[in-house]
Write a protein that binds this ligand. Structure first.
Ligand code: ADP
Ligand code: MG
Length: 319
């Protein structure tokens, strides 16, 4: 399919003059999506895909026309949009304070931790809490949950809803869950999310976890550039969803031990610079004694680094 038959180009293969072989060459050079081509220079494409200058120019022009590259907007427009930012209570006052008043819309918040630390619990709690009316710390809206590890548990939602005096059935009906079977499917689900958001008031999108499929599928050094390029596209799709729908985006992330760390906690969130730069807020969770959890905010545009304690029990997330 080419762009000339009236259909809008959606993937790199839909751009004029790009067949499977050229698309593959581009992909391995990090040009996996329309946006990356839209912002490329002709010489970069010429080298990556072994094509002539006029072909490269034509490809870039089409990609620019299609990609949502965005331009300038005036400060008052940005200001008005930022005044619409909403916050969702996370169930614990101290956790809310750590994030400047709750889980923020038009932003991506990362919960990184070892297995069993409570990331999925926090995500479940937020799916319940977003439904609360504004005066109770919610946004009176629905949640989307992209489940990559098969850990979404409706039984847990029932417990959390009951603890808040909410109707469990109605609460479950406002959480739209999708299993993501691989990283491509996971990326595609963000498009599906946009479709649902046209019909329902969605103010929270959870991806639990952001990185597990990417890590499992792209193994070995030679696949790293490709993995990071895809992850970058995915993160930007998520952020665009959050901006467009004034929704909070909550993602969970795994950690891995770094061999070069000699003192302290050797674990670091995975995903490298792409994840580090893509997040608005980064929270690191640790398991403490009893049901206690320690949350540390370690990267935010305007809040100080800080640490706080909360608990997870049958009723959900608490102080
Ligand atoms: P992660 O997503 O970080 O791997 P989870 O969010 O699945 O971790 O956390 C699992 C932990 O949450 C359990 O070890 C337990 O401490 C706590 N938890 C899960 N369900 C309940 C429950 N019904 N009652 C009390 N604690 C629970
Ligand atoms: Mg989990």
């Amino acid at each position: 399919m080419t762009a000339t038959n009236g259909a809008k180009p959606k993937s790199v293969m839909d751009l004029p003059g790009i067949g499977p072989a050229t698309a593959e060459k581009l992909r391995t050079s990090g040009f996996a999506d329309i946006m990356s081509i839209a912002v490329a220079s002709p010489s970069e494409l010429m080298e990556a895909a072994e094509i002539g200058e006029s072909v490269a120019q034509r490809i870039i022009e089409t990609a620019r026309a299609e990609a949502d590259v965005g331009g300038f907007e005036t400060g008052d427009v940005v200001y008005r949009r930022r005044q619409q930012i909403g916050r969702i209570t996370m169930g614990s006052k101290s956790l809310n304070e750590l994030l400047g008043g709750g889980l923020e819309t038009q932003a991506i918040t990362e919960m990184a931790a070892e297995f069993g630390s409570g990331k999925t619990q926090v995500a479940h709690q937020c799916c319940v809490n977003v439904q609360l009316p504004v005066e109770k710390g919610g946004l009176g809206a629905d949640a989307l949950y992209v489940d990559t590890e098969n850990t979404f548990r409706p039984e847990r939602i029932v417990q959390m809803a009951q603890a808040l005096g909410m109707d469990p059935e109605l609460t479950l009906a406002r959480i739209h869950v999708a299993r993501a079977y691989n990283s491509s499917h996971q990326m595609l689900l963000v498009e599906k999310a946009a479709e649902i958001a046209r019909e329902k008031p969605i103010r929270l999108l959870v991806v639990d976890s952001l990185t597990s499929h990417f890590r499992a599928e792209f193994v070995g050094r030679e696949t790293l550039a490709n993995r990071q390029a895809k992850l970058n596209t995915h993160i930007h799709d998520l952020l665009r969803f959050g901006d467009k729908h004034n929704a909070a985006v909550l993602i969970t992330n795994q950690v891995a031990a770094r061999p070069d760390v000699l003192f302290g906690d050797p674990n670091r969130p995975v995903g490298g610079h792409i994840v580090a730069h893509g997040m608005t807020y980064r929270v690191y969770l640790r398991k403490g004694k009893g049901g206690k959890r320690i949350a540390r905010l370690f990267d935010s545009p305007h809040l100080p680094e800080a640490e706080t304690i909360f608990t997870v029990d049958e009723q959900g997330v608490h102080d």
